[in-house]
Ligand binder design. Structure first.
Ligand SMILES: [Zn+2]
Ligand SMILES: [Zn+2]
Length: 391
């Protein structure tokens, strides 16, 4: 039984909604059009209550079943990325420099599909909260919703999330207990030396040379401090400094990210970045300011809630298309904040059509619309299985 028939019936609507969202992507905490479109659809479906303005643009829809019972939450993210789309698709982004390159337009649409089906059929006991959160990519919208009382205002026993995954075959669910996605920090280092003529380095302190030494040394944290059986990443993704070929600049700015799973490695990475950057700069007679910000915690699946999710996935696509995810990913995910506050789990849904499909966060990434009815059916199945009717 692959997809719920009633949901397959409105597959064309799902595709149209998804492509409309795709044409009008909005960055974190600016999802006003998206949020209005979600609220309008929920109203159309006859969802019992629609709470808007949670974490600015976030929405919670309340759908009640035919009899009293427990409650669960299902969460989708709504924001896009600052990427200029290069797919050339007829439904490509109409906003230059902004693109749904992570498929959150697809996640939002899957949850809309489930909400439509659940509001229409109500074939469950209790309450389903459909949670549309802003700002997954930046600013931690998941944390903001929790801080604004998500779980106090809408009491639920579990919360569930899903991400499309272009590296996995289309329609395959992948699950994993425990740490699944990494904790994240952002790194900003400003090296201040003394500017000089490019031909007179002895009159200055060259922050470019200092920065080069720092970038090299930072790689030794994972290679030489972290236990080889643990995981960690330090990446410097941006170096800015100087304008001219013959001028030694006064400052250089570097920006990067660190990723880890265990708290011990998290501390080693932070201490290592701070220690090396400041002491190396000092050794050269320069100065380094380090802003190291831990943004998202690791995404850790609860085994009991993962079992619930896996059962719904098996019902939706069959045992053969539900796989164990052998390796966690070093990508970060702000659903981690919800999982820190509430029992729950996060599952991956494969979307690969060809071996050359672009991955998420790539300008040629193209969300696979065939996943829409699968994702919506999975959510609806999960709700019906966890909130079974007694009559
Ligand atoms: Zn993303
Ligand atoms: Zn994403």
């Amino acid at each position: 039984m692959p997809v719920i028939n009633r949901i397959a019936d409105f597959q064309d609507d799902l595709r149209a909604w998804r492509q409309d969202l795709h044409q009008h992507p909005e960055l974190a905490l600016q999802e006003t059009r998206t949020s209005a479109a979600v609220a309008a659809r929920l109203r159309e479906f006859g969802v019992d209550e629609i709470h808007t303005g949670i974490a600015k643009t976030g929405i919670v829809g309340v759908i009640r079943g035919r009899e009293p019972g427990g409650a669960i939450g299902i969460r989708a993210d709504m924001d896009a990325l600052p990427i200029h789309e290069e797919t050339g698709k007829p439904y490509a982004s109409q906003t230059p420099g902004v693109m749904h390159a992570c498929g959150h337009d697809g996640h939002t649409t899957m949850l809309l599909g489930a909400a439509r089906y659940l509001a229409e059929t109500r074939n469950f006991a209790g309450t389903v909260y459909v949670i549309f959160q802003p700002a997954e990519e930046f600013f931690g919208g998941g944390q903001m919703m929790v801080d604004e009382g998500l779980f106090a205002r809408f009491p639920m026993s579990q919360v569930f999330g899903l991400h499309n995954w272009p590296a996995l075959p289309e329609g395959v669910f992948a699950w994993r207990n425990g740490p699944t996605m990494a904790a994240v920090a952002t790194i900003e280092i400003t090296v201040t030396g003394r500017g000089a003529h490019g031909a007179q380095p002895h009159n200055g302190i060259d922050p470019v040379v200092v920065s080069a030494a720092i970038v090299q040394a930072l790689q030794s944290i994972v290679a030489r401090n972290v236990d080889p059986m643990d995981s960690g990443v330090v990446t410097i993704g941006s170096i800015q400094g100087g304008q001219a070929f013959n001028v030694i600049p006064e400052t250089v700015q570097m920006r990067g990210t660190a990723r880890w799973f265990s708290p011990k490695v998290g501390d080693q990475l932070e201490n290592g970045v701070r220690r090396l950057a400041t002491s190396i700069a000092e050794g050269f007679g320069a100065h380094a300011d380090v802003i190291y910000t831990r943004t998202y915690p690791a995404t850790v699946n609860d085994p009991e809630a993962m079992d619930m999710a896996r059962r719904a996935a098996v019902t939706t696509v069959g045992e053969a298309r539900v796989q164990h995810l052998e390796q966690p990913t070093m990508g970060g995910e702000d659903f981690s904040f919800m999982l820190n506050a509430k029992q729950g789990s996060y599952i991956m849904l494969g979307g690969r059509r060809t071996p050359d499909d672009a991955g998420v966060h790539h300008p040629r990434y193209d969300f696979n619309d065939d996943l829409l009815p699968i994702g919506a059916s999975y959510w609806a199945t999960l709700a019906e299985q966890l909130l079974p009717r007694t009559t």
